[in-house]
Design a protein around this ligand. Structure first.
Ligand code: CUO
Length: 681
């Protein structure tokens, strides 16, 4: 087990308490590292027997001034959306990145662990692990294992403590969390709660924001096309959520446009902040946003500020240029426009002009998150929308992000349409595309059902007996399937192509055919990969779990440092960013939801990005996450070829097709059965 991971476990227990699943590691640190409350114990601790546990002596390092990072108490929530917290996180990340050697980083972490808010500490340490060259092979611990209280029903914890205190590791049984634990179907939005509250989806979102922080030292923020990836990842989340809604007879999400109107969607998260023994505040139906006056968070802004930023950004989009901080005008063109706009709108620390365009998306999260107590009169912390770990649970997340997407769409609508020439791949035709479900009798039928998985949350349980304690959750799953694609190459030589596979619903909420204009925005990416095309006909076979969108289930449900490391660069590298495999497909319906499977093979010589191959670049989920420490591995605009308005004369998906594309009609059929937990590596 990795020492850094041990430092991130059970963060309310002081460092000198034994670590590891069975108390096998004991950290001995300089007395001055300890919390002042525990320093009188120093002598006792130095002489104490470690009961056979391995002792790790951490050398004393000179830790620079922690500055603002110590201002957040142990018992508060931490959120990057709040500028005061961003400054704390930035300072801490700077300190960790600045430690010359790995051992110094480890020791500085131990020092900070005793003084810093646990969520802030875990965030900064995880960012540093991802960005230090010497910790490339260190797994970033699974946040659901460290902080189960941000993912699981609060009522689990007393039950699990009882289990762990009374029964030994061999006798414990998983605590079963039912599928419906936050609401009932009286609330229509609850029909898609399994998506909003999915552990894997929430982990993917948390991890994405860990890999692409919008604030922090420049090396952490300033990454290739990060603004565009912010656009694309969230665009895909909305498309996937809409697909899920159509699978449950709900209309597509309504954008949250008028911020003075009440929000009809309520949300009662039932999460406990066990570190602080506080619940996450709910939001009643018809709550209204108000001006935020949270002096406690050094945070004061008005709804009018949001509206002003929105209008300025819209002006920029429609005039196709932005004004940089320096006063210089920069075009929002087809190459860099979306990236510049993404950084402005989010906003990130590399926004071209934060004074003018503000911090719209982040402050929208904050305004919604404080709607229950905007001036701190009740001393309530922010709600789930205030933390990227929990934000996706709330129905309003999707309404807010649909608004954000609509600004990006306005920009995309100003760009030239793709011409037939830009879409084609000369000499290459896709003859046929289909999917085959394992055990299925008909082609082009995808199948989903429910499945249980166990997750060990013992590392998130402070002051509890050691050894694994499992909770059993129920989530969506699909039956394994394979893509079969037939491609003919008559170009007169070997060619290389990029296969791009998308899926979109065929019918809208009224069960009428979707126009291509609308359907275009509902395509979810299923896979993208490179192929070699020999002259003649190639038969391409691609499995569901090879998808460039997803990560394998063990990365969602396991803390990966528990398993023996695989060969470097192998499939089981330690990267948690990516969509969970079990949520690759929408649920579909019992009668079978009709959908369009779209397959395109583009010319790899135009897609290719020149860069040295690098082991452990976290390549599994690259469609939504890019490659760690490298450029985004596809030169085309993200979402290509569905990202722009279609050329004139194209009214249907069929009209859109060029010979290197094919469409198959598929159905996604859901069976209401639940399978037991599957063994994982
Ligand atoms: Cu991911 Cu709003 O950006 O939560």
């Amino acid at each position: 087990r990795h020492l850094l991971s041990l430092l991130l476990e059970r963060l309310n227990e002081p460092i000198f308490m034994p670590k590891g699943d069975y108390d096998t590691i004991y950290f001995r640190v300089p007395a001055k590292y300890l919390h002042p409350r525990f320093q009188p114990l120093t002598e006792e601790l130095q002489g104490a027997s470690t009961g056979g546990a391995a002792v790790v002596n951490l050398p004393e390092v000179a830790v620079p001034e922690l500055g603002p990072a110590v201002e957040l108490s142990r018992f508060e929530h931490f959120s990057l959306f709040i500028p005061r917290h961003r400054r704390m996180a930035k300072r801490l990340v700077e300190i960790f990145l600045g430690m010359p050697r790995y051992e110094d980083f480890l020791s500085a972490s131990a020092f900070c662990r005793e003084r810093i808010n646990p969520y802030l500490f875990a965030y900064a340490t995880s960012v540093a692990i991802l960005h230090r060259p010497d910790t490339r092979n260190v797994p970033v611990p699974n946040a659901a294992c460290l902080f189960p209280q941000k993912y699981l029903d609060g009522s689990v914890f007393p039950r699990i403590r009882m289990e762990a205190n009374v029964l030994g590791p061999g006798q414990r049984e998983p605590i079963v969390i039912p599928r419906d634990w936050t609401a009932t179907d009286l609330e229509p939005e609850h029909r898609v709660a399994y998506f909003r509250e999915d552990i894997g989806i929430n982990l993917a979102h948390w991890h994405w924001h860990l890999v692409y922080p919008f604030d922090g030292p420049r090396v952490v923020v300033d990454k290739d096309r990060r603004g565009e990836l912010f656009y694309y990842f969230h665009e895909q989340i909305i498309a996937r959520f809409n697909f899920e809604r159509l699978s449950n007879h709900l209309g597509r999400v309504k954008r949250f446009l008028n911020w003075r109107e009440p929000i009809p969607e309520a949300y009662f998260p039932k999460l406990n902040n066990v570190l602080a023994s506080r619940v996450w505040p709910p939001r009643q139906a018809d709550a209204r946003l108000q001006d935020v006056q949270r002096e406690d968070q050094a945070l004061v802004f008005d709804i009018l500020d949001l509206e002003r930023w929105r209008d300025r950004i819209m002006d920029a989009v429609h005039s196709r240029r932005v004004v940089a901080d320096s006063g210089e005008t920069v075009a929002l063109d087809e190459v860099r426009g979306i990236d510049i706009l993404g950084n402005i709108l989010e906003s990130s620390a590399i926004s071209i002009n934060r004074n003018l365009y503000g911090d719209l998306h982040n402050f929208g999260h904050v305004a919604i998150a404080f709607s229950h107590d905007p001036d701190n009169r009740h001393l309530e912390p922010f709600a789930v929308m205030g933390d990227s770990t929990t934000a996706m649970r709330d129905p309003v997340f999707y309404r807010w992000h649909s608004f954000v997407q609509s600004v990006f769409d306005e920009h995309k609508a100003t760009l030239p349409r793709y011409t037939v020439d830009q879409l084609s791949f000369s000499g290459v035709q896709v003859l046929r595309a289909e999917v085959q479900t394992v055990g299925g009798t008909r082609p082009n039928e995808l199948r989903t059902h429910w499945q249980q998985s166990d997750i060990d949350i013992s590392r998130g349980l402070d002051f509890a007996p050691r050894g694994p304690v499992f909770v059993r959750v129920t989530h969506l799953q699909h039956v394994p399937f394979v893509h079969r694609i037939q491609v003919r190459n008559t170009a007169g030589g070997v060619r290389e192509g990029t296969v791009r596979i998308f899926l979109a619903p065929l019918m809208d909420e009224r069960r009428l055919p979707l126009s291509f204009r609308d359907q275009r925005q509902l395509f979810i990416e299923l896979d993208k990969f490179r192929v070699r095309l020999d002259p003649g006909v190639s038969n391409i076979v691609r499995w569901h779990n090879q998808s460039s969108v997803t990560i394998p289930p063990e990365r969602t449900f396991r803390n990966l440092d528990q398993r023996p490391p695989g060969p470097a660069g192998a499939r089981f590298d330690y990267c948690g960013c990516g969509w969970p495999q079990h949520m690759l497909l929408p649920k579909g319906t019992t009668e079978g939801l009709r959908a369009a499977l779209f397959v395109m093979v583009s010319d790899y010589s135009a897609d290719r990005v020149e860069q040295p191959a690098r082991p452990n670049a976290c390549s599994d989920g690259h469609s939504y996450c890019g490659l760690l420490g490298q450029r985004y591995p596809d030169r085309r605009a993200m979402g290509f070829p569905m990202d722009r308005m279609p050329r004139p004369g194209v009214n249907t998906l069929q009209d859109f097709l060029t010979p290197n594309m094919a469409v198959a009609e598929v159905v996604v059929r859901h069976e209401d059965r639940t399978t037991p937990p599957q063994p994982m590596p």
